[in-house]
Write a protein that binds this ligand. Structure first.
Ligand SMILES: [Zn+2]
Length: 401
């Protein structure tokens, strides 16, 4: 039992495994769970009508600056000759020039994510010679407006390359005086064609600024594996285990199973996490193989209604379903793995220490109609009611402003 008298008691609820329970909250944090959770004379008692209480979701990879969600529909423009980051970035620049103001589009997307239950978020924001630090400053200002509703980390993301986009290196460093928390990178072999040079800049800034690393890696097959091994080697050499993420790591979806197992051991030993969003028809890293080796695998929406693809709904429970569906997850254990990817594993990868339904953690949770986590993952129930620091911020899918 907590020493503090609870100000709010949530009763008649189910925990993730379906057991019926009670949660006491004091000062915005979970004070007790189960029989230890009791009300004092002044406690506000909330009956949750046998609903399932889930920890706030972790949106581990999103792009708040480039979405057109809530703006005019932008028909997708296909590549002319296969996947090509530079061609896509040129299309993106044209679309962005015609779009609604960035802060308005970012707010639309944020409210979508919050009403679906995300409590923590990592957003990549473009930093390059064309936009400079303007996008980062805009998104950092929006983050400030929503600080009572969601915690947001911003990644300085070199969308146009580093070595091949003069001025970007200096901008990436300066980003940490303008609201960035994490240094990004992108396809060091296929885009900059200089893995060592690219990683020198990324890890150089990480060391100088004392920040984590999160690198987009679309490189296929053994090219992707080569870059993964180089990133892992840097991580070990600099003692940055637990502070480095590779987003997508598509190559691990392309190579044979024995190669995946070998690389999985390297990733686990190096403390490098993998983010995946189960990207459409694209092969992606085998979640269970990585997990069995001890790799932290987590999830994000990635692009929502932007120039890369039109899909996305900012719903991390739906993302867990997509990952489970595409991975062939059928058992309760496997469905629980998909759920961990959008909660505990995301928190671990993002360095969030007090996540989850545990005593002492912020009382951030999502209330849905389901019997337990496996059913919630396959059913993706809505609408949601969301509590943050014990206060209702979303009721039946409507943001309470
Ligand atoms: Zn991305």
């Amino acid at each position: 039992m907590s020493e503090q008298t609870p100000d709010t008691l949530f009763r008649n609820l189910r925990l993730g495994d379906g057991t019926r329970s009670t949660i006491a909250v004091a000062g915005g944090r979970i004070a007790a769970i189960g029989t230890a959770a009791t009300a004092g004379p002044a406690t506000n008692v909330i009956d949750l009508d046998d609903a399932l209480v889930l920890p706030g979701f972790v949106e581990g990879h999103i792009h708040l600056d480039t979405s057109f969600y809530g703006d005019a529909w932008r028909p997708h423009v296909p590549y002319t000759a296969g996947f090509d980051v530079r061609e896509r970035v040129a299309i993106q620049h044209r679309n962005m020039a015609a779009a609604a103001p960035m802060d308005q589009r970012a707010r639309n997307q944020l409210e979508l994510c919050i009403t679906n239950g995300s409590a923590e978020m990592r957003s990549h924001v473009m930093v390059d010679a064309s936009v400079g630090l303007k996008s980062l400053e805009t998104i950092a200002a929006v983050r400030e407006q929503y600080r009572n509703l969601i915690d947001i980390q911003l990644v300085a993301f070199p969308q146009s390359g580093i070595l091949t986009c003069p001025g970007t290196r200096e901008l990436l460093d300066a980003a940490f005086d303008h609201g960035a928390d994490v240094i990004g990178g992108l396809d060091p072999a296929s885009l900059d064609r200089d893995v060592k040079g690219h990683l020198d800049v990324v890890f150089g800034i990480a060391g100088k600024r004392g920040v984590p690393v999160d690198i987009h890696l679309h490189e296929p097959n053994m090219m992707g594996v080569f870059s993964i091994e180089e990133i892992a080697a840097r991580t070990r050499a600099l003692g940055m285990q637990g502070k480095v993420t590779i987003s997508h790591a598509y190559g691990l979806g392309d190579v044979p199973a024995d190669t995946v197992r070998r690389v999985a051991d390297v990733l686990a030993e190096s403390g490098v996490a993998i983010m995946t969003n189960a990207p459409g028809a694209r092969a992606f890293p085998p979640v269970l193989t990585l997990r069995e080796a001890g790799v932290t695998v987590f999830a994000g929406s990635d692009n929502i209604r932007d120039s890369w693809w039109p899909y996305g709904d900012g719903d991390m429970l739906g993302r867990a379903m997509m990952i489970g569906y595409r991975s062939g997850f059928l058992t309760d254990d496997a469905l629980n793995v998909a759920f961990e990817m959008v909660t505990a594993n995301g928190a671990k990868a993002l360095g969030i220490k007090d996540h989850g339904l545990q005593v002492g953690a912020p009382a951030n949770f999502v209330v849905v109609k389901a019997a337990h986590i496996p059913e919630a993952v396959v059913a993706v129930p809505k609408p949601r009611t969301v509590y943050r620091h014990g206060k209702c911020i979303v009721r039946d899918g409507i943001l309470q402003k």
